[in-house]
Design a protein around this ligand. Structure first.
Ligand code: UD1
Length: 436
């Protein structure tokens, strides 16, 4: 165990000016191992605040958002020790905990808001920064606050901070989310674990990352069960016991590499993921012409010679098509024979990659939250700018099939959520270089 870890391709010292040079076209061949899921690891790490005893979390991805959450936990009084490769963390509590989640940490990563439910249920008090908006949309936290209020949390918003407290413990309640929200479901599950009595949550998000959070909390003794497709029953307990848990693999990373194989007419074996968590995506890729074979923890995908179009693909909550793969699928559909369309129904402003894809030659028309993709694009290299995490990876995909050398600026967005992406891609035949 050590306090800080070794250097990977991503290091916490990466600076804002890092860029990728990608020389295309490329055809992918070989095997890729999927890393731990960022979106599962973040709520799991936040929920370690509930524990008094040591907790070990395994299979962490080496990405910037995880560092930010770890720094947030440190600032709240958790003691952190990493394994040598930084994929396993041992978290213990110092006697002196804190309840202040600062703007400087929460603003860079919206999942920082997930410490709110944990702090209030554990210590009856918290001062947590509001995360603020981001490029893909306003992303308010009203569903988080409404649900926690129903459990008895009182709060006031002052100078960008949520000042929250409760008299005694939170009290179990019956809550129905007016809209499905991944983060609000997670925050409320975490809070209800240590509340008095029973909490029923209806209209919950049921993303695999939520199930992973539940399984982690159950491994520490929490009493949580699904009593309907989107209904959870949580029986509050006094304390959680020491546990060790391995985070699920990243289904969005796996989906991204499946798209990459398909896009380049490649032949990839994608290891270390249960294919059933990306069933919808694999069905879509079969529809565009990919040949796919799955075994228990592997996907073998062979891209088609001609990519078929898809009309009216709509992003929706799990188990439907994820918004986090919308940009990647758009790149794929640019290469399809014929017109396709994608409707973005989760976020209000998630087409920022479109302007950059146009610079590579894509023809895409945007009408409100619908993108009409004309198809038959022969991408040609250009200099590009990343705007957010998933948009940046879409630019890498497009650059991989574009003729010539593309430069992708501001890849710090990618470092937030993709572990070692350039090494993984290089191993399967992509000509990609990081310039620091
Ligand atoms: C999580 C994922 C993100 C993914 C998203 C949707 C993490 C760390 N992030 O984000 O990668 O794209 O789910 O699958 O797991 N909303 C409100 N008020 C709220 C909460 C949400 O209006 O209090 C809105 C959001 O602005 C958005 C929609 O509801 O339009 C869904 O957001 P939500 O499911 O909460 O996404 P996140 O948890 O932020």
């Amino acid at each position: 165990w050590q306090i800080s870890g070794p250097k990977g391709s991503y290091t916490s010292k990466n600076i804002i000016m890092d860029k990728f040079i990608v020389k295309g076209p490329s055809k992918l061949k070989g095997e890729i191992a999927i890393s731990g899921s960022k979106n599962a690891a973040l709520p799991i790490l936040a929920s370690t605040i509930l524990f008094d005893k040591e907790v070990i979390i395994k299979n962490l991805p080496r990405v910037k958002d995880i560092d930010t959450m770890i720094n947030l936990l440190k600032s709240l009084g958790s003691e952190i020790k990493f394994s040598k490769d930084k994929k396993i963390v041992k978290i213990t509590k110092k006697n002196k905990h804190k309840i202040f989640a600062s703007y400087s940490l929460v603003r860079t990563m919206r999942a920082g808001i997930l410490v709110l439910g944990a702090l209030v249920t554990k210590y009856q008090k918290s001062v947590t920064s509001l995360p603020g908006g981001c490029l893909i949309g306003a992303r308010p936290v009203n569903y988080h606050l409404n649900a926690l209020k129903k459990l008895g949390m009182k709060y006031e918003i002052k100078k960008g901070y949520i000042y929250a407290n409760t008299k005694g413990k939170l009290e179990g309640a019956k809550i129905r989310f007016s809209k499905i929200s991944v983060g609000a479901t997670e925050n409320t599950i975490i809070a209800a674990c240590l509340a008095n009595g029973i909490t029923t949550l209806r209209n919950c998000a049921i993303e695999p990352e939520i199930v992973d959070l539940i399984n982690f909390l159950k491994s520490g003794g929490a009493k949580i069960k699904f009593v309907g497709k989107r209904t959870l029953k949580i029986e509050g307990i006094k304390s959680l016991k020491s546990t060790s848990y391995s985070v699920m693999s990243d289904r969005i990373e796996a989906g991204t590499f499946c798209v990459a194989a398909c896009l380049t007419g490649g032949n990839l074996k994608i290891n270390n993921l249960y294919p059933k968590v990306i069933k919808t995506e694999l069905t879509l890729l079969k529809k565009v012409g990919a040949k796919i074979k799955t075994t228990k923890k592997q996907i073998h995908i062979i891209g088609p010679k001609k990519i078929k179009n898809i009309s009216n693909l709509v992003t929706k909550e799990y188990p439907d098509f994820p918004t986090d793969l919308q940009a990647q699928f758009m790149v794929l559909l640019c290469k399809a024979k014929g017109k396709s369309s994608i409707t973005e129904s989760i976020f209000e402003n998630r087409f920022m990659h479109v302007a950059e894809l146009r610079r590579l030659g894509a023809e895409i028309i945007i009408k409100k939250n619908k993108a009409l993709i004309l198809g038959n694009t022969s991408f040609k290299a250009a200099e590009l700018m990343s705007s957010d995490l998933r948009a940046s990876v879409a630019l890498v995909l497009a650059a991989m099939v574009a003729k010539g050398s593309s430069i992708i600026n501001r890849i710090y967005h990618l470092d937030r959520g993709y572990e070692n992406i350039e090494n993984k891609l290089r191993k399967v035949g992509v000509n990609i270089k990081r310039i620091s």
